[in-house]
Structure formats: C-alpha cells, structure tokens
Design a binder for this molecule. Structure first.
Ligand SMILES: CCCCCCCC(=O)SCCNC(=O)CCNC(=O)[C@H](O)C(C)(C)COP(=O)(O)OP(=O)(O)OC[C@H]1O[C@@H](n2cnc3c(N)ncnc32)[C@H](O)[C@@H]1OP(=O)(O)O
Length: 182
C-alpha cells in the first residue's frame, strides 16, 4: 500500500486522440479549484499540454504563499505539484485522484520566483497511474528546486458525487452538467 515504485506490469498508456495539442493552455477543470481555479487565495496555476505524455505548469510564487520570511511554503509547493500532476488526466481523458504524493524539496523557493514544473506519465497498471515531476526556478532549465513522484488512482464520477459536499456537487451539476476532469 505504501510503495510508489513503478510495478513490472506497468505500461505506458497512449496519449488520447482528443488530448489538447502541445502548447494548449488547459482549461480550469473546476472554477473553485484551489490549484487552477478563479480563487482569490488559490495558486492560479497555468498549465499547458506538452509533447507526448507531459504537461508543464507555471506557479508564480507571491507574498501570499510564504511559509518562512520570503520563502514559499512547502505544502503549497506540493499542492502546485499535485495539481500539475493531476492535469496529466487531460492527456489520457481519464479521471484520477491523488493516492500518494512524494515531494523532495531540494532548494528553497523565494517569493517572486516562477516555478517551472514539468510533469509526465511514467506508467499505468490497472487503475494506478504513476507520474513524476520536477520544478525549476525561473526558467525551464533553471536550478532544480523540487522533484516529486505520485500515484494517482482512476475513479468514476461517483467518487465525487458520493464524497463531495452536496451543495457544491449540486452547483457543479447546474453549471456544467457535472464534469470534474476531462
Ligand atoms: C485536472 C485535475 C487536476 C486535479 C489535481 C488535484 C488532484 C487531487 O488533489 S485529488 C484529491 C486528493 N485525493 C483524494 O482525496 C483521494 C482520497 N483517497 C481515496 O478516495 C481512495 O483511497 C482512492 C480512490 C485513492 C483509492 O480507493 P479505492 O478506489 O477503494 O481503491 P483501492 O483498491 O484502495 O486502491 C486501488 C489501488 O491503488 C493502490 N493505492 C491506493 N492508495 C495508495 C497509496 N496511498 N499508496 C500506494 N498504493 C495505493 C491500492 O493498493 C490498490 O492497488 P491494487 O490495485 O494493486 O490492489
């Protein structure tokens, strides 16, 4: 239950034929999402489809994201990785949720930095999607600040309907016929 190692039977899934073209900015998957949505206190991540099974995320670190004076809070950086890794769903046209996320903090991230995140799919085994990412400071080839590995688990729409706060589910259904991920 605790391992995030790519299992021997994992295979690289195919990019979905209707995946957004490389370079396309991915739509907000839920307006009130803390990671990508239109939320005052949110992360306001900008995520684009990349080549193959990759996406890129841009996280502008502001003074609202501090954990120590002038430095980004580690939990928020992990959240930025969670969101970017979760956005790989768009390439597969599947719905997954985070089962496990390991984040290695290799270098402090100052306020006013732009974190360039590159996330990729490493393999799929049954419902388990193995993913990884790296984050670099201020340029795609900037200093390496974070790396992460994640295990996302495929779920059906009932996951959200069953567990989500009813009033938010009802509003989401009203707004767009309920769709959380692509
Ligand atoms: C565009 C979208 C962007 C979205 C970005 C944001 C993404 C998120 O933050 S999602 C929110 C955070 N995550 C959650 O709330 C998930 C909470 N957890 C759950 O709901 C459940 O534990 C869930 C769905 C992950 C798995 O439960 P369930 O469906 O019953 O499946 P279960 O049988 O337990 O697990 C399936 C497989 O995954 C494995 N697994 C599940 N969790 C873990 C884990 N933490 N570590 C290792 N393996 C795990 C199980 O061992 C099992 O493996 P196998 O098939 O080999 O037996």
């Amino acid at each position: 239950m605790n391992s995030i190692e790519l299992p021997a039977d994992a295979e690289l899934p195919s990019r979905h034929p209707k995946a957004p073209a490389p370079g396309t900015e991915l739509p907000v998957h839920y307006q009130r999402c803390f990671g990508c949505g239109d939320v005052d206190a949110g992360l306001h991540l900008k995520i684009r489809a990349g080549e193959g099974l990759t996406v890129t995320g841009l996280f502008q670190v502001t003074e609202h994201h501090q954990g120590a004076p002038g430095l980004a809070h580690g939990g928020l950086l992990a959240a930025a990785f969670d969101e970017t890794l979760g956005s790989l769903n768009w390439l597969l046209h599947t719905t997954t949720v985070t089962g496990r996320l390991e984040t290695d903090f290799r270098r402090p991230v100052p306020v006013d930095s732009t974190l360039h995140i590159l996330a990729k799919v490493d393999g799929l085994a049954g419902r388990k999607l193995y993913v990884s990412a790296e984050g670099r400071l201020n340029a795609v080839d900037g200093p390496l600040a974070l790396t992460a590995r994640g295990l996302f688990v495929k779920v059906g729409i009932e996951h959200f309907v069953k567990h989500g706060r009813p009033q938010d589910i009802a509003e989401a259904v009203d707004e767009r016929g309920f769709e959380v991920n692509p």
